[in-house]
Design a protein around this ligand. Structure first.
Ligand SMILES: [Zn+2]
Length: 386
């Protein structure tokens, strides 16, 4: 994580009041739909409800469709010593079952480590470390291994992504499972994955006639399976809606786009699709403000980013806005396209990606919107007037 500092309460400007009932009411209604996994009816219902809210505020809306291949784990495991122990198929793994002796690759699973053992016709077993999962998998495949098992170096289960797909079955396992995978032990590695096409929709709201906004306020609306996604990230979506509400009768709305992204949890799919589909609009942006997990104060509001938007942020809020690069939310897609970005975040709460993610505090969402509006107000001010 980048170095981040807390936002001093005194530096938050209060630029107006929203209807308390509306924000609370909207969050309760959206949460009744359940986890908003991309491509599911719940995600569609939530988006439709929020679309009606944007429209009731006088915005036009459109749904931008995109598709991507999503790999689902249908049940993957390793059988060792008569017992079958579940693991997680790495994203990009091949789908097959192999039985062969295990061979432990020393060190961190780099090319030089693989060179010390013979993995041909065997199931290579590596320890997670500095080497990328995908590099391990390609090394194992190139050296003739029939499968690869990667052991977590931290407590807990191991999930991961290989980047480019391989034909080899690749499984992530816990340390406990890994301890049983000694060299020479015969194992049966079963990786069962299925790829299917998923359709997502970004909800885009804007005032009539606005095609080249200065600012884009964005947040992902999708959530992971099994998690209601109150803080991650209905909170951010509501911050964007709150900004649309607060600016509805303000000139700022004529210079802004408000976007609720889909497919974030599957790897920033929606924001990347938006950037790709809206080249001229994105090229003309002076800043993208992204809101992810702003409804629970796991830690005080963190605002990090780069470029001109960072300068404007510091002018508005002082050192509460810090330089920093995080790649784990939708602003990253815009930064890659050369846009200045700021990421608003209040830390990972204990219910992150869990069934308990049912809570958000509307007051924190409003405070987040206050901070964003203070920064947005700077964007149109000529440098000489500051
Ligand atoms: Zn999130």
């Amino acid at each position: 994580m980048p170095p981040l500092v807390r936002l001093a309460a005194a530096s938050v400007l209060l630029l107006g009041y929203a209807s308390a009932a509306t924000l609370e009411d909207t969050s309760l209604k959206v949460l009744t739909f359940g986890p908003r996994v991309t491509g599911t009816p719940a995600s569609q219902q939530a988006r439709a409800l929020l679309e009606r809210e944007f429209r009731s505020l006088g915005y036009q809306t459109r749904n931008e469709q995109f598709t991507y291949a999503k790999v689902s784990d249908l049940g993957s495991a390793v059988r060792v010593g008569g017992a079958s122990v579940p693991g997680h198929a790495m994203q990009g793994s091949g789908s097959s079952e192999v039985t062969a002796p295990a061979v432990r690759v020393p060190g961190g699973g780099g090319a030089e480590d693989f060179a010390q053992v013979d993995v041909r016709g065997k199931v290579a077993v590596t320890q997670r470390g500095q080497v990328q999962f995908g590099d391990m998998a390609r090394e194992a495949q190139a050296r003739g291994a029939v499968g690869l098992i990667i052991i977590n170096q931290l407590p807990g289960e191991l999930r991961g992504n290989l980047g480019r797909a391989v034909t080899l079955p690749v499984l992530g396992v816990s340390q406990e499972t890994g301890a049983r995978l000694t060299s020479g032990t015969r194992v049966t590695l079963t990786v069962r994955v299925q790829e299917r096409e998923v359709t997502g929709f970004n909800l885009v709201a804007f005032k009539a006639g606005v095609t080249r906004p200065d600012l884009l306020f964005g947040a992902h609306l999708d959530s992971v399976p099994g998690a209601p996604g109150a803080n991650d990230n209905l909170s951010g979506a509501l911050a964007v809606l709150e900004l649309a509400r607060r600016t509805a009768n303000d000139p700022l709305s004529a210079r802004s786009f408000f976007v609720l992204f889909d497919g974030e949890e599957d790897g920033l799919r929606g924001s990347r699709a938006f950037v790709k589909a809206n080249g001229p609009l994105v090229a003309g942006l002076r800043g993208m403000l992204n809101f992810d997990m702003v409804g629970i104060d796991a830690r005080p509001l963190l605002i990090s980013g780069e470029g001109k938007l960072l300068d404007w942020g510091r002018t508005a809020l002082g050192d509460a806005v810090t330089e920093g690069r995080s790649n784990d939310s939708d602003h990253a897609a815009f930064r890659e396209a050369g846009v200045s970005t700021l990421m608003f975040h209040r830390g990972l709460d204990a219910n992150y990606h869990r069934p308990g993610d049912t809570l958000l505090d509307p007051a924190l969402i409003r405070a987040t919107a206050d901070a964003a509006l203070a920064i947005a107000a700077q964007v149109s001010v000529p440098a000489t007037a500051r």
